[in-house]
Structure formats: C-alpha cells, structure tokens
Write a protein of this length. Structure first.
Length: 256
C-alpha cells in the first residue's frame, strides 16, 4: 500500500455558476439525511465546500488509486462504509443507471428475456449527459443505454433522483446479483488514465449528500478491507465501460 499526499488542489480552477446550485442541492440532501442520521460536523462542512484544509491522499490498492480526503487541521481521514440494510438511500434517489455491455447481458438473463432486443425495448432507454473531466476544463459527453428506474420513465427524468423500481419494501435489491455496475460503485466516482501505456484507474468519493456512510478516522487502515473489495469492482467496471464504448454499445465525445 502506498500513500502520498498531494497539496495541489486540481479542482478549484473553475468556479462557475452551476456550483452554487449544486451546493444548494447537496445542502438540502444532507439536511434531509441529518434528520435520520448523525452526520459529524466536519463531514457536513466538507460536503458544502466549507473546509479549506482538505488534502488529497492517494492509496494504491491492487490496480486502483484511491483519492482519500484528509482534514489536516483535525489530522483525520474521511473514510466510508456502507450502512445497508439500515440505509438504501442511494436506491431511493437514483439519478441514472447507464449499463455496460456486461450489465446488458447479465440483466437480460436475470429478467428472463430470450432476446437482447426485447430486453432493450422493454427495460432500457438512451441517456446522454456531460461529465466534467478529471482535468477540469475538458468535458466528456456520454451516451449510453440506461436501465429504466421506473416503468414509464421519461427523458426529463434522466439525471433526476427517483426511487428505483427494483428496491423492495425490505430495502433489498430484487436484481442484486445482476444489478448494474454503477450501483455497486456508489459513492465512488472513477476514471481512467494511461500511465506508461498501461491503464490506471482512479477512484474518489462523490459527496452528493445522499450517503450517511462517511466517518472520520486517524488511519486509512480502518477502510482497507473495503478498499480491497472495491478495487476489483472499480477496476472491472472501468474495463467493462471501455469495452462497451469500443464495441459501440455506448459513445463518448470530448467537448473542448
């Protein structure tokens, strides 16, 4: 395990108008979350961009480089653990379920469709969205096949949080074994970079205000089992997404 601290803040070059509305959305989400869960103040403040002492600490686990925030004034790392079955908030507020080619075929089987065309026709729709690149100024436009989160999902609902139709009353996923890779990934966001012509996968937390699983710790060691577990999920998901784009089941364009 390698750890290094990076004192450069890559993410502050562009303060745009959307940031305020994003912060407002995060604030209403985390305030809602705070009614049911105890959200520690440093974590609450971090979500809202109020901490000026955040240092990016990188930890390489297998083939994934995790970027873990450290709050230097408190000398504490921000770590995460899933609180299921007590929490299934990310399924209640599901924004979009883009599918890899692997997802398509495993879901087709899981939902008992004989042909992939019938599955695509009944269960999916096409989603397009922009994602900020890891360098801040490049934006990637993505188009992928998405699993419908509700039976009659409309285009306007794409990217808007709605309850997933596969969440049952007990808070379990009815397609657990075949559920999309993006579901396994939350609350991590990940991206790929090429290093010496070898793919390197990076992962970091998404602080959307919907997950109560973040906690503070003096050491990253507490989270090592989770990072071990997620490193293979995250690596495989990125490889699968690449194959999906390469084989024409999705498309990506860089917008300059």
């Amino acid at each position: 395990m390698q750890q290094q601290e990076d004192h450069h803040h890559h993410h502050h070059h562009q303060q745009d108008q959307s940031e305020d509305s994003t912060t407002t959305t995060i604030k209403s989400s985390i305030d809602e979350l705070s009614k049911k869960w105890n959200i520690e103040k440093p974590i609450y403040d971090l979500h809202l961009g109020r901490r000026r002492d955040v240092v990016d600490t990188t930890v390489k686990v297998n083939q994934v480089i995790f970027h873990i925030p450290k709050l230097t004034n408190d000398d504490l790392f921000v770590l995460w653990n899933c609180l299921w079955p007590d929490c299934h908030n990310c399924c209640e507020k599901q924004g979009r379920l883009p599918l890899t080619k692997d997802d398509l075929y495993s879901l087709k089987s899981k939902l008992n469709y004989r042909s992939i065309n019938e599955f695509l026709d009944k269960e999916t729709k096409i989603s397009s969205w922009n994602e900020p690149g890891s360098y801040g100024n490049l934006i990637t436009h993505l188009t992928m096949i998405s699993l419908k989160r509700k039976v009659n999902e409309t285009d306007e609902e794409d990217g808007k949080p709605i309850k997933c139709r596969f969440l049952d009353n007990q808070g379990s996923c009815q397609i657990q074994e075949g559920k999309p890779g993006v579901c396994w990934l939350y609350p991590f966001a990940s991206w790929m970079e090429s290093y010496n012509n070898r793919p390197l996968v990076h992962a970091t937390f998404q602080f959307t205000g919907d997950c109560p699983g973040f906690y503070l710790s003096k050491t990253i060691e507490d989270m090592m089992p989770v990072l071990q577990d997620y490193s293979s999920k995250i690596y495989n998901f990125n490889m699968s997404t690449n194959r999906t784009i390469r084989e024409g089941f999705g498309a990506t364009n860089i917008i300059y």
